[in-house]
Write a protein that binds this ligand. Sequence first.
Ligand SMILES: [Zn+2]
Length: 449
Amino acid sequence: MITPGCEARLPLPMRLLDSLFWEPFVNIRLASDFRAISAKLALRLCAIIVLGWTSAHASTCPLNQDCFSKAQLEGASEKLSTESVSRQTVNAGAKAAMWLSPKIRVREGQYFRFENLYKSDAVSELQVHFGGAELPPIKVLVPPSGNSGDWQGFSYTFSIPSGANELSVGHVLTGPGELLTERPSIRRILGPEFTRGIVSITFDDGWKSAFRNAIPILEAAVSDTHPNGLRTTQYIITKGSLLQPEKYRRYLTPKDVLLLHKNGHDIASHTRSHADLVHGIGDEEGLEAEISGSYEDFLRYQLPAPLSIAYPYGRHDDEVMRAVASRYFAGRGVKRGLNFADSNPYSLRTQLIQRHTTIGEIIDWIDEALANKAWLILSLHSVEPTIAECVHPGSNEADEECTDAATVKALADYLKNTPTGTVMTVRDMLNDKLEGKGEVWPLTQSTSN
Ligand SMILES: [Zn+2]
């Protein structure tokens, strides 16, 4: 469990030490065993420094909270900088160190994020060990921190595999060198994080009412953090808004679409005719017309190629996702939830803002996305001046997908005061990924300053 190189030099004692560390994990008794064992390891290259963690610290990690108290962190940090040096001098010609977390109870599918600061002049390793099943540990190489002498930040996100019910994390120096670590934390997270929380405001179907009653409010939501107001993603039905606008008078016209594009909104596809892509299409040609056909409709109107699609009624399966992937970089359904850095881009989740959705609920979603560095995609449809006007034309039946201008105004007022870069179109999100900018999609799970 240490490294093969290390075991090769110290076959027996190191394996013994290794099993002592990883199987019962760290406790006080082990710390004293360590001294006895390590005396036998004098002049060996690999020694392990145990920090003052005891099994009494083992606990479940509450959601969104560091598992370790401040006092524990400070204690660990202080002990490391003094004890490690003296023990290294006694025990070995070379220096080595291990920081080992207490055991944490876990469940399959949960996500955790480990973070610490470290200084080292050699490659070290983050090891994630699982209990409850025969599972290989995760091992991640951590590069040397360089010559500056500054603390380097390290973070790693991982999920709990099937069968595991406990985890322990160690930062291990596996060869000659020196490793100092401090401020370790492990916290449970909802999913792999973006570099910050993101909110996208999307509109489905291309309703003229949204263009009249919502877009001006959003564009005017100007603040220090959002100096140009808020921009949206418009999932338009190309037949209604581009091909035959004279027949579909309640939808955006080509002129409206071009103006939205000119003003910085993202124009994306909601297919050509709003067909149910799973059940509403007879043959492949139909699927092709809805997916590639709508894409080509954009180009015909001198619009940029759409990067994403919203599935009508949210309906998509593997075949639909494969067809969409030939033209687009993402697809959004209507399944509720937040999106994370590892979410399937062809099955993005959303939170629908409908007739009965309150601004309190919407603010809770936004806060949750920001707290978890997740991507919240809001979906709206038609927007009327008042809820009373949210009715289907020709009848007094309530339009359940409609919302009112007051809700949009409250949303805009809340979003404009979020940190810079919180509100992004789906296109901006995808461009960050495609261009490898690393502004919102994390490039690696490794070190950062
Ligand atoms: Zn729709």
